[in-house]
Design a protein. Structure first.
Length: 325
């Protein structure tokens, strides 16, 4: 069993481990894990030593019945007081860490992002900038970012192991937390609450940028959203074929980023549907039959009677033009 556990410890995905903290929140939680582990190992070693000592010293030597003894005030004090002391040692840092992780309101004064869980994708809204995106949460490095959490359907759980712990997203209720990244990079997130047949595929990314890059990203996203709004939502007769297909079949859900993920920067994304490699073949298969790729997804499929192969090619070209880089 131990060898099997060692082998399993080599599995995993870079940027998806609570044991490799890359943010302040994850570091605080790892400290509690290590303290708990140290206390458990201490108890295990002491008990094991006593067990072996008693086993050897008082092993049966003959057929005689040993002297019967009962009651020891000293021993009773020891096994009552020692656990209390160990619990206090664990309780103090646990309480202080819990209080620190609860300081979401203070973090929101610096930066605030609204997160809404959906079957089976994540919506990220930047209220001050007026930007809405999906599947990729962008945050500034070195700053506590206040996160407001809710759900549109069932209970989900927001978890970025390398940056912080799990917080549930409940329909009709608001939870809050904060995220912090020590350095630029990409960190992977999961839904940690069984929410349906595609629960395991409800992945997302957190991209940490330096403050200057983050500000530029927000400005570019806002400009691109406004540009698409003016061109596609308005009555414009000069649309390309791909734009026409998008307006007719996609805009009502994807346009505002509230019903389905915003596609403003779709061409920049590495993933499609949260977990597939973002390439033309996967995208076409996804548009034709989303249920085949992500069972229970609310997006409808479009057969050749609805979108011809030529129109699908044009739509795919248009979607990959949606970039801000």
């Amino acid at each position: 069993m131990m060898m099997f556990a060692v082998l399993l410890s080599g599995c995993g995905q870079e940027g998806l481990s609570a044991l490799k903290p890359m943010g302040e929140g994850a570091e605080l939680q790892l400290r509690i894990i290590l303290i708990s582990l140290a206390i458990m190992l201490f108890v295990l070693i002491i008990v094991s030593v006593i067990y072996v000592y008693v086993l050897m010293k008082f092993r049966r030597k003959d057929e005689s019945i040993p002297k019967q003894v009962e009651g020891s005030s000293t021993l009773e004090m020891i096994w009552t007081v020692v656990p209390i002391i160990l619990l206090i040692i664990l309780a103090v840092p646990t309480i202080t860490t819990t209080v620190e992780l609860a300081k979401a309101k203070e973090a929101k004064k610096e930066e605030e992002i609204n997160v809404t869980a959906n079957l089976y994708w994540w919506e990220f809204e930047y209220p001050e900038a007026g930007v809405v995106t999906g599947q990729e949460l962008v945050i500034p490095v070195g700053k506590r970012v206040g996160i407001n959490l809710t759900s549109k359907d069932v209970i989900h759980s927001f978890w970025v192991p390398a940056l912080s712990g799990k917080t549930d997203t409940n329909p009709g209720l608001d939870n809050e937390m904060w995220l912090h990244a020590n350095e630029p990079g990409t960190y992977y997130g999961k839904c940690a609450e069984l929410c349906g047949p595609s629960h395991a595929l409800m992945d997302f990314k957190v991209i940490a940028l330096e403050q200057e890059e983050y500000d530029q990203w927000l400005a570019d996203m806002k400009a691109k959203q406004d540009e698409n709004g003016e061109k596609l939502v308005a009555d414009n007769t000069n649309l390309t074929t791909g734009e026409e297909v998008y307006v007719e079949s996609c805009l009502s859900c994807h346009g505002g980023g509230k019903v389905a993920p915003s596609l403003t920067n779709f061409g920049d994304r590495e993933w499609l549907a949260g977990y597939l490699e973002n390439n033309e073949d996967n995208l076409k298969e996804w548009i034709r039959d989303p249920q085949e790729k992500k069972q229970g997804a609310l997006m409808p499929g479009f057969n050749e009677g609805q979108i011809s192969n030529e129109e699908l090619d044009a739509l795919v070209d248009f979607l990959y033009e949606q970039k801000i880089d």
